[in-house]
Design a protein around this ligand. Structure first.
Ligand code: ZN
Length: 325
C-alpha cells in the first residue's frame, strides 16, 4: 500500500515537472482544437513472431485482442479520432519475413498515416519460463575421486520457484538516442507533413531554422510521450495494478525511435506469472486495461487541448523570432 502511494506521488511529481518542461518564451500557447486527429495502435509481434509465451497464451494474441478493444473504445468515446492499426489479424500486411522489416513497416505506416500518437501494446516476460522455473541449489558436499585427485564437490538439488513478477510499465524512447526520432521527424518535415500544426509548409532541412524546428518537435514529442506514459501508469495504479512506472530502455526501442510523433510502448502485464496471464486473457482484465488507457488518453487530450505548455501547439511559438540558438 505504502509503495503505491509513493508511486502515485512520484508520478504526480513527474507530471508537474513535465508540465514545466517546455516553457514557451512568449508565455502564450494558442488554444487548439482536436490536436489528436490520428492514433496509431500497434499490437506487438504477430505471425512467426509470437513474443513471450505464457502457460496458456502467446503475447502476440493478447496484444492483438487488447489493441482491437482499445481502438474500438477510442472510436466509441472520441468519434473524431481516426484509428490506424498496424495489424488487425495475426500477421501484419504482407507478412514481413523478418522482424526488422516488420518494425520498419509499422513505423512507416505510422509516419505515412500522419499519426499524432503511437501506442504499442505488449505483454511482458521476466526472462524465466512461465508459471514456475527450475533452480538448482547446493544442499551439501561429497567427496569425489580418490588419492591425490580427491576433492569435495557440491551436491545439487533442483527445486521450482513460482514466477511472481507482475505489473505494468510504459516505455518511452531513450532521449540520448533520439537521432532516430530526429530522422523520422525530418522525413515528415520534408514530406510537407504539418504534424498537427496550423501551418503546412514543406521546407528545406538544410537551413539552421529547419533543424532547430525539428529539434523542438523532438523535445515536444519526448515531453508528450512521457506525459502520456505517466498518465497511463497512473490509471493502472488507480485500478490496483502494480506499476513499474515510466521507463526508458537502454538499448532503445526501434519502433518508438522511428516514429515521428509521440510514442509509447505499454507492457500490460507479465505472461510469465500464472495469475497475471489469466487476467490478461480474461474479458474483464482486457476491458480494465482498455478502460485505463482510454482514461489516460482523455486526460492527455484535455491537457493538450487546454493549451498546457507541452500542448501540441506549433513549436514556433516556443521560440521568438530571431531567437534561433
Ligand atoms: Zn513484446
Amino acid at each position: 500500500m505504502m509503495k503505491k502511494r509513493t508511486a502515485i506521488l512520484l508520478l504526480s511529481a513527474i507530471i508537474c515537472s513535465i508540465t514545466s518542461f517546455i516553457k514557451p518564451a512568449t508565455g502564450v500557447i494558442p488554444r487548439q482544437k482536436s490536436v489528436l486527429k490520428t492514433i496509431i495502435i500497434d499490437p506487438g509481434h504477430g505471425g512467426f513472431d509470437n513474443g513471450t509465451h505464457g502457460l496458456i497464451s502467446k503475447e502476440k494474441d493478447i496484444a492483438l485482442a487488447i489493441s482491437l478493444k482499445l481502438g474500438k473504445a477510442i472510436e466509441d468515446q472520441f468519434p473524431e479520432i481516426r484509428i490506424v492499426y498496424t495489424r488487425t489479424t495475426d500477421i501484419i500486411p504482407g507478412n514481413m519475413p523478418t522482424l526488422k522489416e516488420g518494425l520498419r513497416y509499422r513505423a512507416d505506416l505510422a509516419n505515412r498515416s500522419h499519426g499524432d500518437l503511437f501506442i504499442c501494446i505488449h505483454g511482458n516476460s521476466d526472462g524465466h519460463t512461465a508459471g514456475e522455473y527450475a533452480v538448482k541449489r547446493v544442499i551439501g558436499h561429497k567427496t569425489a575421486r580418490k588419492g591425490k585427485r580427491r576433492r569435495r564437490v557440491p551436491i545439487y538439488e533442483t527445486y521450482y520457484v513460482k514466477n511472481t513478477r507482475i505489473g505494468t510499465g510504459t516505455y518511452v524512447w531513450k532521449a540520448d538516442r533520439s537521432g532516430f526520432k530526429g530522422d523520422a521527424i525530418k522525413q515528415r518535415e520534408e514530406s510537407g507533413d504539418d504534424m498537427g500544426d496550423s501551418t503546412n509548409t514543406a521546407f528545406d532541412m538544410s537551413t539552421p531554422e529547419a533543424r532547430i524546428r525539428a529539434q523542438l518537435y523532438e523535445k515536444k514529442f519526448f515531453a508528450n510521450s512521457a506525459l502520456f506514459a505517466t498518465l497511463v501508469e497512473t490509471e493502472f495504479i488507480k485500478a490496483g495494478r502494480h506499476s513499474d512506472g515510466v521507463m526508458q530502455r537502454n538499448e532503445g526501442i526501434k519502433v518508438l525511435q522511428a516514429t515521428g510523433m509521440p510514442s509509447v510502448l505499454i507492457e500490460t502485464g507479465f505472461l510469465t506469472n500464472k495469475e497475471e496471464e489469466e487476467y490478461l486473457n480474461s474479458e474483464p482484465g482486457q476491458d480494465q486495461i482498455v478502460e485505463n488507457i482510454v482514461s489516460a488518453l482523455k486526460r492527455y487530450k484535455e491537457m493538450l487541448e487546454g493549451g498546457s505548455p507541452q500542448g501540441n501547439a506549433n513549436p514556433d511559438s516556443t521560440v521568438t523570432p530571431g531567437q534561433t540558438k
